[in-house]
Design a protein around this ligand. Sequence first.
Ligand code: NAP
Length: 287
Amino acid sequence: MTLDKRTIRFWENKSLFITGATSGLGYAVVEALSHLPVTIGVFSRNKEKMAEMESRFSGSAMRFWWRAGDVRNREEVENAVQDFAAFAGKLDVIWANSGISLDTRQVKWDWEAYHTIIETNLHGAVYTIHAGLQAMGGPAEAQGHVVAIGSAASMRGLPGRGLYSLTKISLAYYLESLVAEFPGVSFHIIHPGFVDTPINQGNPNRFWLLHPPKAARLMLRAVARGKSRYIYPWQMKILYHLVHCLPEPLYFWIAKKVGKISIPRGERQDPQRLLTTDSASGGEAKK
Ligand SMILES: NC(=O)c1ccc[n+]([C@@H]2O[C@H](COP(=O)([O-])OP(=O)(O)OC[C@H]3O[C@@H](n4cnc5c(N)ncnc54)[C@H](OP(=O)(O)O)[C@@H]3O)[C@@H](O)[C@H]2O)c1
């Protein structure tokens, strides 16, 4: 499956700033666009990977720009977006893609994980989107597209995935709230199902799994078609809507069953033990 004509027409000559494109979905988006005359700015922490991408794409139709930085640092994000817009001469699309997934179950509670996931997935995305909208000209003037990567995990508060679900549904609400303020901008929240990337390699239950190149083409097409909310693949879209509509008692009943299954075997019998001791080593109580 290659990009269709309409999608190509949309992306040609666009300038796109994307965070977290050193692997997985973001990388696949850059790769899919590398055959077109586009200007792409990549912002991520992995310098070596971006330098490698620069040489890999140097003979392609795309103009490639990169800046090493962390989305949790607002100033770094703002400077990078401004510098990229100056380099490209304009900013057409801002794409908040960077994200992480961490185990934030109560039995494994760790405040560092809490801060890291909220700061990366939520603060980082808001910094990116805000900087992008400013570079596009602010509320009255801005023209362009804002893309944020949510997740099918935002269908409900999923067992053991509360913080991840929270960061992703927050992005959807945030984009919705911006629509009225930015009449010249199109907002796109994308909720992927399972795509085979480093983020979910530890998960044995990756159903309806897609490869990143296909996922990238679906997302590029969805943006080109002006979809404000895009859930993929189609099977996940149906599941998303069904689960979202379940009445609470039924959802809670299912969540309790699923929650039990998703807890690793060794941790099922006595979760309280994990709250109070270092179970792996049989070590001292956690403070
Ligand atoms: N794969 C899936 O099944 C799936 C499903 C639903 C949603 N998603 C979402 O899709 C997005 C991309 O994930 P992926 O699957 O492509 O995972 P991935 O391969 O692990 O890529 C994550 C990207 O985020 C970047 N990143 C992480 N922390 C960052 C930070 N502090 N500052 C800047 N960049 C940071 C990483 O780059 P550096 O390490 O270079 O910084 C990397 O390029 C995420 O938002 C994820 O939640 C993925």
